[in-house]
Write a protein that binds this ligand. Structure first.
Ligand SMILES: *Cc1c(COP(=O)(O)O)cnc(C)c1O
Length: 370
């Protein structure tokens, strides 16, 4: 049995008439840029996240970099972030001329370790970007008071955590700004690129609306040198349809995670992800990441068996060539570095079947018994 890592075709097959009608509607109206569906989606997504405002943009990286810029983070400012995230989190800091300063993570959830934050704060630290990695919320209740004490803006990277919640609050509603990606493979994915910033701050909302549209308040009046970073109306129409299914898909992902845990029980070499079971959507399982002994051999074996797996992420950002100039070295962030050697992402999507999950677990069991 071949098990894909994600299956976007299976998802489309389940919602095809709704999607086709939504796209056709935009084609008929021809309101391709900042059309009706964009405003509708922004309203619906703000309500979903639990914020007053949502500004859609062209992708998740722009959501992060425009949020930083709108918050006044600029050249020479230091921004704290974990080293084990998608490169975009750091790239967004670089885009505003800021300096990424990495903070190691917790060994259980792989999210930023609040007890290590203060040790990395300097006079130049302006913001912190907690990443809700793999769909599991960072410890926001512990991060918020530290940020407040040092005057740091909290920008949530919720690009993997649509609908995830902690303490009854959704990711993207707890910081100054919440940043989302609608890349096709994300839990809420467009059929192309897309992104959004959520916020409760009306003036931040206004600045972001200016920045994403050439700094233009009214036609031909440009207040600031903004950028062109808008969500296409067609993508917004697709996202409007998909947002209505997201709760069901998140429940299906959680069910699949529970099935994995059952199926992997008894394999001592594999450690499933711990998460808070008391909260619905406490983890929305964008990725199902386990720690595994002899990870590289396991990965090759699963590949041979037709099971597609991923590594998120094989190299922490502080050890990548792109950030060599920051002067970090191996050993600086031991928890993140060790995780990079041990983690493997198993297939995870809403339409994954129990049979496919068994097949993945059986292959893993077979590998360790050989
Ligand atoms: C996907 C992702 C981004 C970037 O989103 P794009 O839409 O691809 O620009 C940023 N941070 C994290 C953690 C992501 O997973």
């Amino acid at each position: 049995m071949n098990v894909p890592f994600v299956d976007l075709k299976a998802q489309y097959a389940g919602i095809r008439p709704e999607i086709d009608a939504a796209v056709r509607g935009v084609l008929e109206r021809c309101d391709f840029i900042l059309g009706g569906a964009v405003g509708e989606f922004e309203k619906a997504f703000a309500a979903f996240v639990g914020t007053k405002h949502c500004v859609s943009v062209a992708n998740g990286t722009d959501a992060l970099h425009l949020a930083l810029r709108a918050l006044g983070v600029g050249p020479g400012d230091e921004v704290l972030l974990p080293p084990n995230t998608f490169i975009a989190t750091a790239v967004a800091v670089s885009e505003v001329g800021g300096i990424p300063v990495f903070v190691d993570v917790r060994p259980d959830t792989f999210n930023i370790d609040p007890s290590l934050i203060e040790g990395s704060v300097t006079e130049r630290t302006k913001a912190i970007i907690p990443v809700h990695l793999f769909g599991q919320p960072a410890l926001m209740a512990e991060i918020a008071p530290i940020a407040a004490e040092h005057g740091l803006a909290v920008v949530e990277d919720a690009c993997q955590a649509h609908g995830a919640s902690i303490g009854g609050r959704r990711c993207g509603s707890m910081g100054a700004a919440g940043c989302f990606s609608f890349y096709p493979g994300k839990n809420l994915g467009a059929y192309g690129d897309g992104g959004a910033v959520t916020t409760n701050d009306g003036s931040l909302d206004e600045r972001l609306r200016l920045l994403r549209n050439y700094g233009q308040r009214v036609k031909n009046v440009h207040d600031v040198p903004g950028v062109n970073s808008r969500l296409d109306t067609i993508q917004a129409a697709i996202l409007n349809v998909k947002l209505g299914h997201l709760a069901d898909w998140s429940r299906a992902r959680a069910r699949n995670a529970a099935l994995y845990e059952e199926a992997l029980a008894g394999i001592a070499e594999v450690q499933p992800p711990p998460f808070d079971r008391s909260a619905e959507f406490g983890h929305v399982f964008h990725l199902y990441v386990v720690r595994a002994q002899r990870r590289d051999d396991l990965s090759a074996f699963l590949h041979e068996r037709g099971v597609s797996c991923g590594l998120h992420y094989p190299t922490p950002i502080h050890l990548m060539p792109a950030y060599r100039h920051l002067g970090y070295k191996a050993g600086d962030f031991p928890v993140a570095e060790r995780a990079a050697q041990e983690i493997i992402s198993l297939p995870m999507f809403a339409e994954l079947t129990e049979g496919q999950i068994r097949c993945v677990a059986d292959a893993i069991r077979e590998f360790y018994r050989r």
